[in-house]
Design a protein around this ligand. Structure first.
Ligand code: ADP
Ligand code: MG
Length: 571
């Protein structure tokens, strides 16, 4: 449990403030998280790393020369919002592009992905590297689909060192993926952790038992087992990881490994050293060389009782980068060579950001976009109760509220942008971010991404016609598929959006309104048919049999909004 706090809701933000107060030589607080106190040298790629709070030193503790350039900080165990990621990137990136690094979790994939969409439309080169080291979460053939745990440390350390050594964005991305592909972790938990202010842990492990392969937020592991001795525990962790050791003598790997024995919160350093003593012996027996091992707390889960072991199978390149100097609040080694360390010139803040200049045509188009979003707001408000009711059948009942809040946020942001003279593109980019921020939830992030990507079909300076409308909607649907990763039949809005897109493209000749109206009927039928989807595949399986007979709320709300859009454009 947490002994000291002021208020649970402010806990994560107050922890960031205190961290910055303690490390002012390295960090500044920026809207959404932290960034280096120094200016990123012109043209140097920025490494922006993040995720939920509650895992210190991941991630804000790793910002500084040789590692991260900035870290958006979400609430405890929840992804930072897209706007927070965006804001930290604006404070870290300086013409060299950015790598967004985070553990592979659905919420982070959505919110970092949405920020990436917006940044790309603004001309910033963005690469995404998802850390996926936890071997308990998927098979070796799907390594990049695994979830990320303590592998965050070596992957970000190695990528940051490559950047410090002069790598450009392509090179830094290559090295980051190479490090991720060489990293494996496995963990154990003896008991769950308690969110600040909560009375009960998030999950329990029975006394005397351990969750083998349990995730850092209590995600299910591979099995429960009796807690063994320290030596047995060391053997269990090491043997599991070594099932994935690459062949020695191939691709530059010859038995050198970076080793991280990580305490998750409650297991103390002495216990870890007892375990590590055995690991060191076993490594030697097996002819493996531990390169600069780390034993301590690196990726924690509040007060979770547990530990994890990470191995990085090194070649010369990875070894050199793993050993390079680094200077961050929580991770320091060696002496950083002198480099460009000029103080930052200021802090970027969304409230003071300038709206790009727009042509008169584009401003007129932006007016229409704001009017469409106001129509969406009305439709969502009118259907809030019904969509909530549908979502409550097999989900959490918040879809009506999410759509209502999201569309209202987007409409307000669009109207404010128009009043400040924004063009069509900028209006949609801002509206997309506002939708995601105001809605929360999966559908909020996806609708935000859709609007943002739709913005890419417009310009702030050129004229737009009905073809742009159709292209914008297609781009929005593409973004939903790209970020959400849902397949047809998973019982999501994609089941309505894909047939809609095909029908719209087919019906479109010169006028968008009638084509959208015709396609919206197809979407409505498809949404109704999602009621029949049985719980075999993808998301439908997660929803379970309970959802059979009820249409997917997201598919239905999609068809409602497209119906309203068709009517609006035809009028
Ligand atoms: P949450 O699921 O976070 O509570 P909402 O209740 O607002 O968010 O939205 C639920 C809707 O989101 C679902 O009905 C579905 O249509 C849509 N959805 C969920 N996951 C995905 C996904 N991966 N891709 C596309 N749509 C999705
Ligand atoms: Mg919901």
């Amino acid at each position: 449990m947490t002994y000291l706090l002021n208020s649970p809701g402010d806990f994560a933000a107050e922890a960031v403030r205190g961290l910055v107060a303690a490390h002012g030589e390295l960090l500044v607080e920026v809207p959404g998280g932290v960034a280096r106190a120094t200016q990123t040298p012109q043209g140097q790629p920025a490494l922006v790393i993040g995720g939920g709070s509650g895992h210190y030193p991941a991630f804000a503790g790793w910002v500084g020369p040789g590692m991260g350039h900035g870290a958006p900080c979400g609430n405890v165990f929840s992804s930072p919002a897209a706007s927070e990621v965006y804001s930290v990137v604006r404070n870290a990136e300086n013409g060299g592009g950015v790598i967004l690094g985070f553990g592979n979790y659905a919420g982070d994939v959505l919110h970092f992905g949405l920020a990436a969409e917006k940044l790309r439309h603004e001309g910033i080169d963005v690469r995404i590297v998802t850390v996926s080291d936890d071997i308990a979460s998927n098979g070796p053939e799907n390594h990049r689909d695994r979830r990320g745990v303590a592998g965050d440390l070596p992957v970000f350390k190695i990528a940051g060192a490559a950047i410090e050594a002069g790598a450009d964005l392509d090179e830094a991305e290559r090295v980051a993926w190479k490090a991720n592909d060489a990293t494996r972790s496995f963990g154990l938990a003896f008991n769950g952790c308690t969110l600040p202010g909560a009375d009960e842990p998030l999950f329990h492990v029975d006394k005397g038992q351990m969750g083998v392969g349990l995730g850092i937020h209590g995600e299910p592991g591979v099995r429960d087992d009796r807690i063994g001795s320290a030596a047995e525990t060391a053997d269990l962790l090491l043997d599991q990881l070594l099932t994935e050791e690459p062949p020695r003598g191939e691709n530059g790997y010859d038995g050198r490994v970076a080793v991280i024995l990580n305490g998750l919160g409650t297991v103390k350093y002495e216990e870890l050293f007892v375990v590590y003593g055995r690991i060191a012996e076993r490594l030697e027996e097996k002819g493996l060389t531990a390169v600069r091992p780390e034993v301590g707390e690196y990726v924690t889960s509040l007060d979770m009782a547990g530990l994890s072991l990470t191995l990085v199978f090194l070649d010369d390149e990875l070894e050199k980068l793993w050993l390079a100097p680094v200077e961050t609040p929580a991770y320091r080694r060696g002496a950083m060579p002198d480099a460009d360390r000029s103080p930052r010139t200021g802090v970027w803040n969304a409230a003071e950001a300038e709206i790009p200049r727009a042509s008169q045509d584009s401003r007129v188009c932006a007016q229409s976009i704001a009017a469409v979003l106001e129509t969406f707001q009305r439709v969502c408000a009118d259907n809030e109760a019904e969509l909530g009711r549908l979502d409550a059948v097999a989900g959490d009942g918040d879809h009506g509220q999410g759509m209502s809040f999201g569309s209202r946020g987007a409409a307000r942001a669009a109207r404010a942008a128009v009043d400040e003279g924004a063009g069509a593109r900028t209006t949609l980019l801002l509206a997309g971010q506002a939708w995601a921020d105001a809605a929360g939830g999966t559908s909020g992030a996806l609708w935000g991404a859709a609007l943002t990507s739709a913005g890419g079909a417009y310009s702030d300076t050129e004229n737009a016609d009905d073809r742009n409308v159709v292209d914008a909607i297609s781009a929005g649907i593409d973004a939903v598929i790209r970020l959400g990763g849902a397949k047809p039949g998973d019982k999501t809005m994609v089941d309505a959006a894909l047939p809609f897109r095909d029908a719209m493209e087919e019906a479109f000749e010169t006028e968008a309104g009638p084509a959208i109206t015709a396609a919206a009927r197809v979407a409505r039928d498809a949404a109704d048919r999602t009621a029949d989807i049985t719980a075999r595949l993808g998301r439908a399986r997660v929803l379970g049999e309970k959802s059979v007979g009820t249409p997917d709320p997201g598919a239905l709300s999609f068809s409602m909004l497209m119906t309203a859009l068709g009517e609006h454009l035809t009028r």
